[in-house]
Design a protein around this ligand. Structure first.
Ligand SMILES: Cc1cc2nc3c(=O)[nH]c(=O)nc-3n(C[C@@H](O)[C@@H](O)[C@H](O)COP(=O)(O)OP(=O)(O)OC[C@H]3O[C@@H](n4cnc5c(N)ncnc54)[C@H](O)[C@@H]3O)c2cc1C
Length: 445
């Protein structure tokens, strides 16, 4: 019998290692070519991978889990290996009594006028280009949004040779951190990391401004200028503070949304938009464990600690009795306190909605603008995610609401943001693949 771990980020790798250490076989499935996830994203141009996995872990790279199906005594995990638009894709499935979901999070982008111009990136995408391919997205780049993630993004951009004009933080996190000394102190290690980023910015002459953001991007075919402005505590623009700045790229990041599709498909209970887990990282569904940013946003160390606990608990379900991971359990407790402090220090404030004009696209895939969304709710009486999707088409395009879903839920009262994660097929698969006979159950090595 095999433990199956989905996701080879810090959480999934730690889960796979812990389960293998406990003496059970592990299949580690990940959509990327190399393990590491977002935090340890590897440069795809370097010849050698950085992360070795122990014997007993069978890594399936370039492999996406597109469905999870309950079967007697566990779950059947359906996998496609190879790119969705590439040749030679193959289907396989693996049955497991102990499934660990460690699928991470997406970075959150808030719409603003001009955000669909080429040259506007999510902060995560710009960082992925810099870290993964060494590509600098521009020569005059503004990093804007909220949260500590803006700092490593700026560092990655500098490493890739981009010119960073500034880091604009919409909130005022320091005063909140100071008001919350208990939470702040639980993240001492993380604070040291943040201090290092601050030194890198200072050494490169990159200013860091709080209560400031990009409110519009301008240009004919791509970003040529942006408007920045100072914000009040609710993120409303302070009149008269607008400034036009010459820039060729904007990297915008407003926190993260968990990647919940598989957990929702497995019918795991959610709380506050994340997968609900107990102290052993067990979800509400017997035999399904969850770790990392699908259970809460708290950084790579917390993800890894949760992964170790989940992998150990998953192995125990297969009948082995490994030692309790006391240190990881303690790190989870501390990490969660820090994560809560982090969430309190970087709340999304409602003022961003006031910057949308009638023609600002909210759903980029289906080109649904703010006016059409309002009309769907007002004149056409759409209520709930399903009817809103059908009436306006928002969330029905290729991203399936991954980008626009949380924003629509913020803009339209009564919409559950997790409703966009509810779909039987979690990642893109071809129609021909769906019509194939079920893939045979895989014999693991
Ligand atoms: C774009 C981006 C960049 C980030 N960069 C940083 C950073 O520089 N510094 C920092 O402190 N934090 C960063 N974070 C925050 C954060 O992701 C880390 O805290 C950490 O990587 C979380 O670990 P994780 O294991 O939960 O998820 P991830 O590291 O996100 O790993 C999840 C893995 O699951 C895989 N996966 C998801 N769905 C499927 C599926 N259906 N089938 C197969 N595989 C699947 C993905 O390919 C991915 O490898 C970043 C987040 C994002 C979204």
């Amino acid at each position: 019998m095999t433990v199956v771990v989905v996701g080879a980020g810090p959480a999934g790798m730690a889960a796979a290692r812990a389960a293998a250490r406990a003496g059970v076989r592990v299949v580690l499935v990940d959509a990327a070519a190399r393990p590491g996830g977002q935090y340890h994203r590897q440069n795809s141009l370097s010849a050698e991978g950085e992360f070795g996995l122990p014997d007993g872990v069978e890594h399936w790279p370039d492999s996406s889990v597109w469905a999870v199906e309950p079967i007697d005594g566990g779950h059947r995990v359906h996998v496609r290996t190879g790119r969705a638009d590439g040749p030679g894709r193959r289907g396989r499935c693996v049955d497991t009594p102990a499934l660990v979901l460690a699928t991470g999070a997406y970075d959150r982008a808030l719409p603003f006028p001009g955000w669909t111009l080429p040259g506007v990136y999510t902060a995560g995408a710009a960082q992925a280009l810099a870290k993964g391919q060494g590509v600098a997205v521009g020569e005059r780049v503004l990093v804007a949004g909220t949260g500590p993630f803006l700092l490593p993004v700026a560092e990655s951009l500098l490493d890739a040779g981009a010119g960073v004009l500034g880091v604009l933080e919409a909130g005022r996190p320091f005063s909140r951190w100071l008001r919350d000394p208990r939470g702040t102190l639980t993240g001492r290690g993380k604070l040291a990391e943040l201090a290092r980023y601050a030194r890198v910015l200072a050494a490169n002459g990159v200013p860091y401004r709080t209560r400031t953001t990009v409110i519009a991007a301008h240009g004919a075919d791509r970003v040529e200028e942006v408007t920045t402005a100072r914000l009040d505590p609710d993120w409303n623009v302070l009149a008269g503070t607008e400034q036009r700045v010459r820039a060729d790229a904007v990297c915008a990041g407003f926190g993260f949304s968990p990647q919940l599709e598989l957990a929702v498909a497995a019918r795991c209970k959610l709380r506050d938009g994340f997968v609900l887990v107990d102290a052993a990282q067990a979800t509400s569904v017997p035999g399904v464990f969850a770790a990392g940013e699908i259970t809460g946003i708290g950084g790579a160390q917390l993800s890894a600690a949760e992964g170790e606990v989940a992998g150990t608990a998953a192995a125990m379900r297969l009948g082995v009795r490994p030692p309790m991971p006391h240190r990881a359990l303690r790190a989870v407790r501390h990490g969660r306190r820090f994560a809560a402090a982090l969430a309190r220090a970087h709340p999304l404030r409602p003022g961003w909605r006031g910057r949308l004009t009638d023609d600002t696209l909210v759903c980029r895939c289906e080109e649904v603008d703010h006016r059409e969304l309002r009309e769907a709710v007002g004149r056409r009486e759409a209520s709930g995610a399903r009817s809103l999707k059908l009436v306006s088409r928002a969330g029905l395009g290729p991203c399936q609401g991954r980008i626009c879903g949380p924003n629509i839920a913020d803009l339209v009262a009564g919409i559950d943001p997790t409703a966009f994660a509810r779909r039987p097929v979690a990642v893109p698969v071809r129609l021909a693949e769906l019509s194939e006979a079920p893939a045979p159950q895989e014999e693991t090595e």
